[in-house]
Design a protein around this ligand. Structure first.
Ligand SMILES: Cc1ncc(COP(=O)(O)O)c(C=O)c1O
Length: 451
């Protein structure tokens, strides 16, 4: 069998079909002159469910074969291609992991897709705090002991969701977390939006499935080489019997017209990961490892060498300086900057970064984060309650209706259902004053439960 069955099928279709009398209305290009001028060849690849091109919602042709190849490559029992990003993967994984009910235990620094998942599944969410690196404040994920302890207090927990790795590329102790979860009869969902490439090189942390995760949400567009919005949900042996629930969730939540451009990009990305990427990874990892200044965020956990993050009072100025040289990073906020090294980038591409980082003084002390406020309402109930917006300064004493998180570190200061204390409001005000981006605050206002 070819290892790019979907690409081959579309090629054959393009070679044999002269008139496309079906949707999409651009007809492969001529119906959208502007787009055709921009992307002359690409438009022909934007096809739809024709008999020989299969159907993602009930695949039994080239899409089924491409998914089977992906499962085989990642060592999974099943693979589901997703055109709704890792967000859709989190929704479907939570839906399936809790098909028999129960609560979800999630790391506090989980992505907000967890909220949608809880709303759809109708499950309660129990939060566990991640550990923080003392010198940088970066999240290193929850410890296995904290997961075991929390499950001990919430015996209803049937699934555990953790980032593997964090946005900054730090891998938590997934193996220990999986052991703690499995011992209590809970399934493990690893959100690998930032770690689809793990396990592909000895200098990268191991793959999530190898560490014991049951569901793995592979963020193929962020870290697997596919087009933006493309992801894969992988099922390990204990999750495979839940495939029917995954299909049900995707049938409810996903589009009925998935983009073939994204599907082809997934197939090609898997092909590249199998063939050429390991070699390219080697080049990029060696180049990235050489770019380490004293201010680089370095923690006591395995880290993705392709994520170069640093803290400095001059982070913003340095990012502006690098931008003037044509080097653009992932983000810079307040005193933290993150640069992501793409597959295949070499020493030359990273030279301006190396020069800049070598000059940096040691980082400032990490921000002091106040204790979180007491949980007054369960997160899902608070998220779905009647809500209103109010200025942060007037929000003290009210109950948060949404996530509020300074980024970085991306660990929410508020989760839905928590009372907004004076300390938390003051911390958010001071982070905002320092120019930090704060998810969940818009025009200095936050969503609170309307009581
Ligand atoms: C940890 C994590 N999980 C999930 C997502 C959602 O991914 P997507 O944007 O592909 O839906 C993100 C996005 O930034 C993320 O950082």
């Amino acid at each position: 069998m070819s290892d790019t069955p979907l690409t081959d099928a579309i090629r054959r279709y393009r070679a044999t079909v002269a008139a496309r009398l079906h949707v999409p209305s651009h007809g492969g290009g001529p119906g959208s002159p502007g787009l055709e001028a921009l992307w002359p060849d690409l438009m022909g690849w934007d096809v739809t469910e024709q008999p020989e091109l299969d159907d993602l919602s009930h695949p039994d042709g080239p899409i089924a074969s491409a998914q089977a190849l992906a499962a085989d490559f990642f060592g999974a029992e099943r693979a589901f291609f997703l055109t709704g990003g890792a967000t859709l993967g989190v929704h479907a994984a939570v839906f399936a992991a809790l098909e028999r009910g129960g609560a979800l235990l999630a790391a506090r620094d989980s992505h907000r897709s967890l909220l949608g998942a809880a709303a759809v599944r109708g499950c309660e969410v129990v939060l566990v705090d991640p550990e923080r690196d003392l010198s940088s404040g970066a999240s290193t994920g929850p410890s296995a002991a904290a997961v075991a302890d929390t499950i001990g207090r919430w015996p209803d927990v049937r699934a555990v969701l953790v980032n593997y790795p964090s946005y900054l590329g730090v891998a938590p102790d997934l193996k220990g977390i999986a052991m703690a979860a499995h011992a209590a009869g809970a399934l493990v969902i690893a959100d690998t939006a930032h770690g689809a490439h793990f396990g592909l090189h000895p200098q990268l942390p191991p793959a999530a499935l190898a560490e014991g995760a049951d569901f793995v949400v592979a963020g193929m567009h962020k870290t697997g080489g596919a087009l933006t919005q493309a992801a894969i949900l992988l099922l390990g042996p204990a999750a495979a019997p839940r495939a029917g629930s995954v299909e049900l969730a995707l049938g409810l939540l996903a589009t009925s017209s998935p983009s073939y451009l994204l599907l082809v990009s997934l197939e090609q990305a898997v092909h590249d990961l199998r063939t050429s990427i390991p070699g390219l990874l080697h080049t990029s990892i060696q180049a990235a490892v050489a770019v380490q200044g004293p201010a680089r965020i370095k923690v006591q956990r395995p880290q993705d060498p392709l994520r170069i993050a640093w803290r400095s009072d001059a982070a913003g100025k340095l990012a502006d300086f690098l931008a003037l040289k044509g080097v653009r990073g992932e983000y810079v906020d307040g005193d933290t900057a993150l640069y992501c090294v793409p597959f295949g980038a070499g020493a030359q591409d990273l030279e301006p970064l190396r020069e800049t980082l070598a000059e940096l003084p040691p980082p400032p002390p990490p921000p002091v984060v106040p204790p979180r406020g007491p949980q007054r309402i369960a997160p899902r109930a608070a998220l779905l309650a009647r809500r209103r917006r109010t200025a942060l300064e007037n929000a003290v004493g009210t109950i948060a209706a949404d996530v509020v998180a300074p980024v970085p570190p991306g660990i929410p200061a508020l989760w839905p259902g928590e009372r907004i204390t004076r300390e938390v409001a003051g911390y958010l005000e001071s982070e905002a004053a320092q120019g930090r981006r704060i998810m969940g605050i818009d025009h200095e206002q936050v969503w609170v439960v309307a009581e």
